[in-house]
Write a protein of this length. Structure first.
Lengths: 413, 253, 343
């Protein structure tokens, strides 16, 4: 028997260590270019982006527990993200600016919503399930704008004000809004270090998110490898066999739905902890679509896929949006004038404002040609490099992440 | 009193009387075959036993408990395992995982949240699953993805998955349908071995007379939704009523 | 009484749009078995066909009119649309004025072509893939089409007026003996409803009375058997896709004067149309039409003030509530057939 650390086998321990390394050193890794150099614009090591990567990583990892394992495609997960944000902001308003209670409440509330919505939606499967979740999410979104305005503050969004009670924090000092903190350490405080001609920003908020993301990832690994995780894969594989084996697929799927809803709530709570503001926009169905895209792009059903997908999308979103025609001119100035104009025109369609176009095209290509996502792409590449052109039987691979056609079946077919 | 008692069961689909007044008693530790021409209601009867269909009238009692109105997974938990016409296995999972799932179902019931425990810690269940795989001669295939195996192996795996639950009653729905002769013979050999080695009751629905006569202790002939005769294989072979019911059907005796 | 009548009328035009989009959606689903998340984008493209034609007709050249001056005293530059120059001011002006109805003719070949390209180029490869993949790839396509439109036409809604003759409203109240001005209804919406009725009727009679339609209906019922008969269904299904695209496109063209086209209108209508299809029953054409009108009218009733006083915000969520209730009580929808998309 091999020795297992933290209840993980060596392979999973490696995964966890990679994620720990990547997250803890993000401020350095995303800052590869010297300040002031031409490539400095590709640095992503600023707090806002790094926090988003960690938070959406959590969101995608949670979504993957539902979609990747059970095959149930929810198109309404952003609702739980939004609900989590509202819950956390309310906690900041009423109780304390310490983020811990807010985040806990976010998880509890979105878990409750997920239980209710999941209970109803999971009575159907396949596309009906997708549309039911979509309908519920749109309902939450519309209600946040209309009936629930006292709770959500409608279009303005829920914000902190100076006269919020904040029972635990005591009397309000000064006339500026308080900031979110963890036991007094402000989320927005940063420590800048200059080294090697680069400026590295170590931000409290980011590290808080990073630690939670690592925990969330660790829980996901344990869950994937547990008997429960196996049951969820059984739900995706063959529900008929499952019932005739004496198992009830419903509570398993509902549990997965609630867990992934709580992950979404956690992500929503963290978003609010980084910036204490919650708006209904976070619940829009295109936001649900975004987490679907992240998960699929990275590789549904794999452990690393969603993390990778969230990181790549959030990083590229940021960078692509910054590339304007001026930047393109600098790049392609070596080309003859006519050619340069054409090339720049083409590139400009996909950068800057055109980021969503790039995302849509990439997503279509991945779904069409690489259903296993980037992870599968990397694996194919790695095995080609390792084994030259020698063909390997795909079933020989003992690696459980390298299954034939991951994500190719939807539940209930 | 048999382990499975079917009394006066009837089932209609719209205007069609699929089953009418079916009485059947399966004795413990026997192999009971249900045969009959196409459309005789064999599958409907089977579906009434496992909870997929609810009969309009009559009663189905298993080991003293009524199964009517129970869901398929509840009926399985009572001790009835079913083998399907086309092997129903967890195609995306490995052979070993396929075996572990029924082990968990047997030990923990229809649902249990073992989300933090690791698979490796379940040494008892692993040993049980491996012993079963050894029994059916598939231990060396334990890490294969189930869907990549041959049909014969899938069938073997499905039977192993049912047996590892130690069911009181094993239901087989045309287990050799669509199989090559060699696979059919292998399956017969496997079932014979199971019958000899274990205390188990088997009810088998079959079209292939070769299979039926090599396995069954009792045979019920179903025609047009009602039992025609019930007897030992030898008596059935010579029964003119059975011949009549099969008139126009190809016989493979 | 008059308020009820008014809300009924108000529900009709929205219901017509839902019905038209849902009709194409369910046609594609029923024939090709594909869940098309890009169908809303086809509606949007239709609306932008109207915008394009109106812009084309408005293409102008500038002349300097020396007899008039602008407020700075410079000679006035006058823009004259080419069509007015070519066909004379009266006919040219009429052409511009009638650009939206004309856009229907303009849009049909475009939409059929778009449908063909979509089906042959992309959807075809997804027939054998799971529904989840179909949803995902068409969702990606919807994003792409939306972004292309956003690039070409910008992010702001583009107002596209109806012909002058149809501006103004029809006084239903007076017709039915109520007080004048109680029940007034814009002419264009009335036309939209009539147009939708004609298109729906045409699609149904096409499927009912032509051999082509017969084969398609048979294919919807049992694709494999029809394939075994040696009929090339795939080619016909490609045509069906073109037809569904044309229906969605025409719905979009005619909707342009009601809702100024913007790049996200497709997504907005798509979600609702999906709900409509599911309520009507996946793969059921009459179900889609009935559910479209039903939900449109329900939505309009729910926005009445006294109802909103009882249940605040109901107008925003009524459609979703109805959809959830129907899906849970009648899993196949109002008119769904057995065996469609079931486990």
């Amino acid at each position: 028997m091999k020795k297992n650390i933290l209840g993980l086998n060596p392979k999973d321990t490696k995964f966890l260590l990679i994620v720990v390394f990547l997250t803890l050193f993000t401020p350095i890794l995303l800052q590869p270019f010297a300040a002031g150099s031409e490539l400095a614009q590709f640095n992503g090591g600023y707090p806002d982006l790094m926090q988003k990567i960690a938070i959406f990583g959590i969101f995608a990892v949670g979504f993957n527990i539902l979609f990747g394992l059970t095959g149930y495609l929810s198109f309404g997960h952003a609702a739980f993200l939004g609900i989590g944000s509202y819950a956390a902001v309310w906690m900041f308003k009423l109780l304390t600016m310490n983020v811990i209670p807010g985040i806990l409440l976010a998880m509890v509330v979105s878990g409750l919503f997920a239980a209710a919505i999941g209970y109803v939606s999971l009575r159907r499967s396949g596309i009906y399930f997708s549309i039911l979740t979509l309908a519920f999410a749109q309902m939450c979104y519309k209600m946040a704008y209309s009936v629930l305005t006292p709770l959500t503050n409608g279009e303005t969004g829920l914000q902190l004000t100076l006269n919020d009670p904040r029972i635990l924090d005591g009397a309000q000092q000064g006339s500026s809004l308080p900031v979110t903190n963890i036991f007094g350490l402000a989320m927005n405080s940063s420590y800048k270090v200059e080294a090697l001609g680069r400026v590295f920003t170590f931000n409290v908020g980011f590290y808080f998110c990073a630690v939670i993301a690592i925990l969330a990832f660790y829980v996901a690994i344990r869950l994937f490898r547990s008997p429960f995780g196996m049951m969820l894969r059984a739900v995706k594989s063959n529900q008929q066999r499952m019932t005739y084996t004496g198992l009830d697929p419903k509570p398993y799927t509902l549990a997965a739905f609630v867990i992934s809803g709580m992950y979404a709530g956690l992500a929503g709570g963290l978003l609010a902890a980084m910036d204490p503001l919650a708006g209904a926009d976070r619940m829009l169905w295109t936001a649900s679509g975004e987490v679907v895209i992240m998960t699929i792009l990275g590789g549904a059903g794999t452990l690393m896929g969603p993390v990778l997908g969230a990181g790549v999308i959030k990083y590229l979103e940021n960078i692509f949006s910054k590339i304007n025609e001026g930047v393109l001119h600098d790049w392609f100035s070596f080309l003859p004038d006519g050619v340069e104009d054409v090339v720049i025109w083409v590139f400009a369609r996909f950068t800057g404002e055109g980021w969503h176009l790039t995302l849509g095209v990439t997503f279509m290509l991945v779904v069409t040609f690489l259903p296993g996502g980037l992870i599968e792409g990397l694996k194919r590449l790695a095995s080609r490099i390792r084994n030259g052109s020698q063909k390997r039987d795909k079933y020989d691979d003992p690696d459980p992440e390298h299954r034939p056609d991951p994500g190719k079946r939807v539940a209930g077919e | 009193m048999g382990i499975l008692e079917v009394k006066g069961v009837g089932k209609r689909f719209g205007g069609l009387q699929a089953l009418g007044n079916v009485n059947l008693s399966v004795q413990e530790n026997t192999v009971h075959a249900i045969i009959g021409p196409n459309g005789a209601g064999k599958s409907t009867l089977l579906n009434c036993l496992v909870g997929k269909l609810i009969p309009d009238e009559g009663s189905v009692t298993f080991a003293g408990t009524s199964v009517l109105g129970k869901k398929p997974h509840e009926i399985n938990q009572l001790g009835i395992s079913r083998v399907f016409q086309t092997p129903e296995i967890f195609g995306d999972l490995t052979v070993m995982e396929n075996m572990m799932i029924p082990c968990f179902a047997k030990r923990d019931g229809a649902f249990r949240m073992h989300a933090i425990e690791s698979m490796e810690a379940e040494t008892d269940l692993i040993a049980k699953a491996e012993a079963m795989l050894e029994d059916v001669g598939m231990l060396e295939k334990r890490e294969m993805i189930a869907s990549s195996m041959s049909r014969g192996d899938k069938r073997r795996l499905e039977i192993a998955m049912c047996l590892v639950q130690e069911p009181k009653l094993l239901l087989l729905d045309e287990p050799t349908a669509g199989m090559a002769r060699a696979d059919t013979n292998n399956t017969i050999a496997l079932l014979k071995e199971i019958k000899e080695k274990r205390d188990i009751t088997i009810a088998i629905i079959e079209h292939d007379m070769h299979v039926v006569f090599s396995l069954a202790d009792r045979i019920t002939v179903l025609a047009q939704g009602t039992p025609l005769v019930e007897d030992t294989p030898d008596m059935i072979k010579g029964n003119p009523k059975v011949k009549e019911a099969y008139l126009g059907e190809t016989q493979q005796v | 009484m008059e308020t009820i009548l008014l809300q009924l009328l108000n529900g009709l035009d929205k219901g017509s749009a839902y019905a038209l989009i849902a009709l194409g959606l369910t046609l594609i689903f029923g024939t090709l078995g594909v869940v098309n998340f890009a169908h809303g984008a086809l509606f949007m493209i239709g609306a932008f066909c109207a915008v394009t034609l109106s812009r084309l007709l408005n293409l102008s050249f500038e002349t300097v009119d020396p007899t008039r001056t602008d407020f700075l005293g410079n000679p006035l530059k006058v823009k004259t649309p080419y069509v007015e120059a070519w066909f004379g001011p009266d006919f040219g002006h009429a052409l511009i004025d009638w650009s939206v109805p004309l856009a229907i003719l303009f849009s049909i070949p475009i939409m059929i072509a778009v449908g063909f390209i979509m089906e042959r180029g992309l959807i075809k490869h997804f027939y054998k893939r799971p529904h989840a993949d179909q949803i995902l790839v068409t969702f990606g396509l919807a994003i792409v089409l939306q972004e292309v439109i956003k690039y070409v036409y910008g992010a702001n809604p583009i107002s596209t007026p109806a012909p002058d003759a149809f501006k103004g409203s029809f006084d239903f109240g007076a017709l039915l003996g109520f007080d004048p001005n109680l029940i007034i209804y814009p002419y264009w919406r009335l036309i939209y409803f009539g147009f939708a009725a004609v298109v729906i009727g045409a699609v149904f009679s096409f499927l009912q009375f032509t051999t082509f339609g017969m084969v398609v209906r048979a294919g919807m019922a049992d694709r494999e058997t029809v394939g075994l008969l040696g009929i090339n269904i795939d080619r016909r299904f490609t045509l069906m896709f073109g037809l569904a695209a044309a229906v969605a496109g025409m719905a979009g063209v005619m909707y342009a004067p009601i809702l100024s086209p913007n790049y996200h209108m497709g997504m907005d209508f798509l979600v609702l149309s999906f709900v409509v299809v599911v309520v009507g029953g996946m793969g059921s054409l009459p179900g889609a039409v009935a559910a479209g009108f039903l939900l449109g009218i329900l939505e309009s009733f729910a926005s009445m003030n006294w109802i909103k006083d009882i249940i605040p915000g109901i107008d925003q969520i009524i459609i979703y509530v109805v959809a959830i209730v129907i899906l849970l009580t009648r899993p196949r929808g109002l008119m769904g057939r057995k065996g469609v998309m079931e486990e």
